[in-house]
Ligand binder design. Structure first.
Ligand code: FMN
Length: 205
């Protein structure tokens, strides 16, 4: 049985472009994996805490010396790492905010990049044999010839961070120009069809 970890980020519910594209991919995944299990981590429904001083103190203490409080500090991060390690595939869905991923998704990244668990002490990624798809919705358009092409940070960052923890099979589906939906120039269905119909990938990101 295959297991998909679905990380959702947008707070916009049914009006979210990234969620709408992702819904299409999820139903394709369910068709391909009728007995598969989907584990949802919805960062808009339940926000993760940012890293704090007590969290860092626990992180930089060897596990064998952890106090009960240190274990409690890292418990959520441990659970998020386990959720990731238990998955065969990862599907991350996110808007672009200020050219990068939203703080809610960055908080997830800060919890799952863990030395000794997902990242080796030599800097090598420990998460092997998994495939990741990242769905990104941005109001702007960043492709070749765009005057803001150099601001296309979010796809690059997500590919980088997944590579860092060892996931090298990364597909990025970038729904650029999503503001056309909000402005009523395209319906959500048209936009999803255009971007997720024939799977589009930003391989160079
Ligand atoms: C706070 C905020 C910041 C944004 N910053 C950017 C940006 O820097 N670049 C961009 O292309 N779009 C930006 N947008 C537009 C969103 O990426 C766009 O509305 C997208 O559809 C949001 O994803 P969602 O529909 O899944 O919520 C921003 C939107 C918000 C609300």
């Amino acid at each position: 049985m295959s297991r998909l970890l679905l990380v959702q980020t947008s707070p916009r519910g049914t009006t979210s472009v990234s969620r709408s594209i992702t819904d299409r991919l999820v139903s394709e995944w369910q068709t391909a994996n009728p007995r598969g299990q989907i584990v949802v981590r919805d960062l808009a429904e339940s926000a993760l805490p940012n890293v704090t001083a007590p969290w860092l103190a626990a992180y930089f203490t060897p596990p064998e010396a952890h106090t009960a409080d240190m274990k409690a500090q890292l418990a959520l991060s441990d659970a998020l790492v386990q959720e990731l390690l238990d998955a065969d595939e990862l599907l991350i869905s996110t808007p672009v905010y200020n050219y990068n991923i939203p703080a809610s998704l960055k908080a997830w990244v800060d919890h799952i990049v863990r030395k000794g668990l997902t990242l080796g002490f030599d800097g090598s990624g420990l998460v092997k044999g998994k495939k990741a798809t990242v769905v990104i919705a941005s109001g702007g358009v960043y492709g070749e010839g765009s005057p803001i092409a150099d601001r296309n940070i979010a796809p690059q960052y997500m590919r980088l961070i997944l590579n860092v923890i060892g996931i090298t099979d990364v597909s990025i589906l970038h729904g650029e120009g999503a503001k056309s939906v909000d402005m009523g120039e395209a319906t959500m269905e048209e936009f999803v069809e255009r971007h997720a119909g024939p799977l589009k990938q930003v391989s160079a990101a």
